[in-house]
Ligand binder design. Structure first.
Ligand code: DGI
Ligand code: FE
Ligand code: FE
Length: 197
């Protein structure tokens, strides 16, 4: 069996059916985006399949893994333990699935908040997570889906903007990394656009 099939089978067992469906959606959307933008699509599939591997784990279990393996928990993660599925997920990908590719591990690690200076693969997973066909409720989905196949940075910035607005609207605590990523790409796009003129 190929690695990809093995990971799929494992995810089907580990995740609840809705999360598994979302996972498949992210994997094939990431694969398409990778093909479109000239990125290694096999890496995109693996990162897509594994990105939420710790999503269905209890908070206790996530905390236990962090404590046992000295994974640092930030103040905001402590308040919102759901955010921890990125760090724990990246750890599980490395330890249980023997992923050694740093780019895949980082794509899992930064798929919720993004980070300044993301790689193409990191951007693809971040975007695929938001636009995969199973997502129904995010604002501007049609626009962002189209944008994603034209310009990864434009799509990324729009998603960050809408996410910050959404979190603001529900009074959610904003991870400083989400804001940092937005500020970085807002400035980056201004400079990039100016150079194109
Ligand atoms: O795991 P998924 O649901 O597939 O997607 P995800 O890992 O991107 O998590 C999505 C949720 O994370 C969504 O409800 C928005 C939220 N999120 C993104 N950035 C932040 C955040 N939540 C908080 N509290 N703070 C953030 O900065
Ligand atoms: Fe996630
Ligand atoms: Fe996801």
């Amino acid at each position: 069996m190929t690695d990809t099939r093995k990971i799929m089978k494992k995810m089907e067992k580990t995740l609840d059916p809705k999360r598994y469906e979302h996972t498949l959606g992210v994997a094939y959307t990431a694969s398409s985006l990778a093909m479109c933008h000239g990125v290694d699509f096999e890496k995109a599939i693996i990162a897509g399949l594994l990105h939420d591997c710790a999503k269905c784990m209890s908070n206790e279990k996530k905390l236990e893994i962090c404590n046992r393996h000295h994974i640092e928990i930030s103040e905001i993660e402590r308040k919102n333990l759901s955010l921890l599925h990125t760090k724990v997920g990246s750890y599980i990908a490395r330890k249980q699935f023997r992923i050694v590719d740093r780019d895949i591990l980082n794509a899992i690690l930064y798929h919720t908040t993004g980070r300044p200076g993301m790689s193409q693969l990191e951007k693809i997973i971040y975007i695929a997570d938001y636009i995969e066909p199973g997502r129904k409720h995010a604002p501007n989905l049609q626009q962002v889906r189209k944008l994603a196949f034209q310009d990864l940075d434009e799509a990324l910035l729009k998603i960050l903007e809408d996410t910050l607005e959404y979190l603001d609207g529900i009074g959610g605590t904003i991870d400083p990394m989400t804001k940092k990523t937005y500020d970085y790409y807002e400035a980056y796009m201004l400079i990039e656009k100016r150079q194109e003129d």
